[in-house]
Design a binder for this molecule. Structure first.
Ligand code: AP5
Ligand code: MG
Length: 216
């Protein structure tokens, strides 16, 4: 039976950081909608050009294109045993679409770890984040610094700061999260699959709590 995990939580709470750990432990592919959009931007595709106009403003990319992109990704053979979804779904419309899509594969969302932290913590984390150009590996100048400044420990590629981590865009992303994504907390709680995780702890402690929720 396939296992689908949805990592829920505000921008900067540590979804991508924890997804790297969970993916390694469970062997499930890490499917990040934000990473897929950034890959499209890097490859200058039509989807990338469209997505960038929304991402730069901290707004959500429209549901129809986002749902189609995830449908394509989850249809790939490596997702047969399940996937670890990071940043998707982000609206109730996307959550309903995911339910229908997984039903086509005889699957369902099994776990929804919901990671929380105060807004000031999110802002501090995003302002100090450095991301690897090749694979999107994530560092923080204070909390998870690379061994060599500006260089990814894992693949040696250059680290950069995301355009949407500018202070004004971060504020907008948090507002958008509270308006459009936070309703998913009740949506998944009602289905009995939501587990709240305290994200305001060191990275390894959050990982341990997450893996415990997943029974690992
Ligand atoms: P996306 O890329 O998904 O960004 P996000 O959800 O805003 O989340 P982030 O990636 O910023 O944060 P994170 O929780 O992954 O934190 P991280 O682990 O990096 O989306 C970007 C944009 O794409 C959206 O704004 C939207 O435009 C579009 N988009 C994406 N999905 C979409 C969808 N489904 N529908 C429509 N549009 C969509 O950690 C942050 C920092 O904190 C790092 O530096 C890390 O090292 C550090 N850190 C992590 N954990 C800890 C800890 N416990 N203690 C100390 N530091 C920590
Ligand atoms: Mg992320």
């Amino acid at each position: 039976m396939a296992t689908f995990i949805v990592l829920l939580g505000p921008p900067g709470v540590g979804k991508g950081t924890q997804a790297e750990v969970i993916a390694e432990t469970t062997g499930l592919p890490h499917v990040s909608s934000g990473d897929l959009f950034r890959e499209n931007i890097k490859n200058a595709t039509e989807l990338g050009t469209l997505a960038q106009t929304y991402m730069n403003k901290g707004e959500l990319v429209p549901d129809d294109v986002t749902i189609a992109m995830i449908r394509e990704r989850l249809s790939k053979p490596d997702c047969k045993e399940g996937a670890l979804l990071d940043g998707y779904p982000r609206t109730v419309v996307q959550a309903e679409a995911l339910e229908k899509l997984l039903a086509e594969f005889d699957g369902k969302v099994d776990y929804v770890p919901y990671i929380t932290a105060a807004e000031a913590t999110l802002i501090e984390r995003l302002s100090g984040r450095w991301t690897c150009k090749a694979e999107g590996h994530i560092f923080h100048e204070k909390y998870n610094p690379p061994k060599l400044a500006g260089i990814c420990d894992l693949d040696g590629s250059e680290l950069y700061q995301r355009d949407d981590d500018k202070a004004e865009t971060v504020i907008r992303r948090i507002q958008v999260y509270l308006t459009l994504t936070a309703p998913l907390i009740a949506y998944y709680r009602e289905r009995g699959i939501l587990s709240e995780i305290n994200g305001a702890q060191p990275i390894d402690k959050v990982s341990a709590d997450l893996l415990a929720v997943l029974g690992k």
